[in-house]
Design a protein around this ligand. Structure first.
Ligand code: AMP
Length: 369
């Protein structure tokens, strides 16, 4: 079966790495000839709205998926019309995942607790939102925000003005600043026949809006039950096929949904070595109409993103149980270039090794056990 993936970043690359052993073939579309997936499978270079290239993908592949959510829903719909090519996950889920306001409305409708928010379309609306929701708050672009881009924390009126000057002009969302106890994410996959598999809860640490560290399984049964309930609700709502991630804040033992991603997710990279079936393989199994694999953990995992530069390999590979993933991208400050995953036989041992790895990387993160 040939699978077309719109977007050839590291997520696409890891999808191909997971799918090739299963006998899948891939065809990628990405605006950059240097996109990481191109080292693994054929890559067409073109814009995500390029109808000719999208039609080519639709004609050549049985199913289309995407490795990031900011691809054009309208262009995908037009390109597959009349071809019989399926798109998974459904475009309705993609559409929601592209727009923070649509996500908030979805969470509210499905009774999933989320942050208090206001949609902001003008300077006056921003001042009204700050008055109603209070400060501190966070102003975010509704679309195209990722890794902390397109958002500003607002602590006073001067910051409100500055944030409007830098972000204003596109649709925005103002939300309460959550003084969270921790951040977690839930990852779930739904097969075409409706069967579900839900990964163990993941605890996440961000720095300047970028994910730095994930640990799984994160043993917090009451939180995991909430995350799994919310995942089930959203997966069923969209009649979803594939992998879905939801990021949550944890405050006072309650999950507060931050955002959803209708695709494989950075906080699931640990599952390549740390789960019986990785998020990438399960996403492919789901969209290809195959049975899902077990999501049982193989040990206690920690995944650390390598951002801006890849440290000396020897220093990393010396650490026992460490797996290195280099995406083959050229270094740039703030850019995710790779990740490494540690697997240990116990949570205590994983935590010890994680602290050692953080020291090698010269990284300090608050609250790491
Ligand atoms: P996002 O792009 O919404 O996933 O935000 C990236 C990171 O910024 C989150 O994982 C949090 O660490 C932080 N953040 C985003 N929104 C808020 C908020 N409303 N309150 C506190 N921290 C936030």
């Amino acid at each position: 079966m040939k699978i077309g993936i719109v977007g050839g970043g590291q997520l696409g690359r890891m999808l191909a790495l997971a799918g090739i052993p299963l006998g899948f073939e891939f065809l990628f579309l990405d605006p950059s000839a240097e996109a990481p997936a191109g080292a693994i499978a054929p890559l067409r270079v073109g814009a995500f709205t390029d109808q000719r290239e999208l039609r080519r993908l639709a004609r050549r592949c049985e199913v289309l998926s995407f490795d990031w959510e900011n691809v054009s829903v309208a262009a995908l719909r037009a390109a597959t019309r009349g071809t019989g090519t399926r798109i998974a996950p459904a475009l309705r889920a993609l559409h929601t995942g592209q727009d923070r306001l649509a996500e908030k409305r979805l969470f509210e409708r499905l009774k999933i607790p989320t942050t208090r928010y206001a949609s902001v379309a003008s300077r006056a609306a921003l001042w009204r939102a700050a008055a109603r929701i209070g400060m501190p708050g966070v102003l975010k672009t509704r679309r195209l925000g990722y890794d902390g881009k397109g958002q500003r924390v607002i602590r006073d009126h001067a910051a409100l003005d500055a944030a409007w000057r830098s972000l204003g002009g596109v649709p925005l969302l103002y939300e309460e600043y959550v003084r969270f106890d921790s951040e977690v994410s839930g990852l779930g996959v739904r097969a075409r026949d409706g069967r579900l598999a839900l990964y163990p809860l993941v605890r996440n640490w961000h720095d300047e809006g970028i994910l730095r560290l994930s640990m799984a399984p994160w043993q917090a049964p009451a939180l995991e039950r909430q995350a799994h309930r919310h995942l089930r609700t959203v997966l069923r709502e969209f009649n979803y096929t594939g992998l879905l991630a939801i990021e949550f804040f944890v405050r006072g033992g309650q999950l507060i949904a931050n955002e959803m991603a209708p695709r494989v997710h950075n906080s699931g990279h640990w599952s390549i070595e740390g789960a019986t079936t990785s998020q990438f393989e399960n996403h492919l199994r789901a969209i290809a109409g195959l049975p899902l694999g077990s999501v049982a953990p193989t040990g206690h995992s920690a995944m650390i993103n390598l951002i801006g530069q890849i440290p000396a390999r020897a220093a990393l590979l010396e650490l026992p149980g460490l797996h290195l993933h280099d995406y083959g991208k050229s270094p740039r400050p703030g850019r995710k270039l790779g990740h490494c995953t540690l697997i240990a036989p116990s949570a205590v041992e994983r935590n010890r090794r994680t602290r050692a790895l953080l020291r090698v990387l010269g990284l300090r993160l608050a609250g790491v056990p």
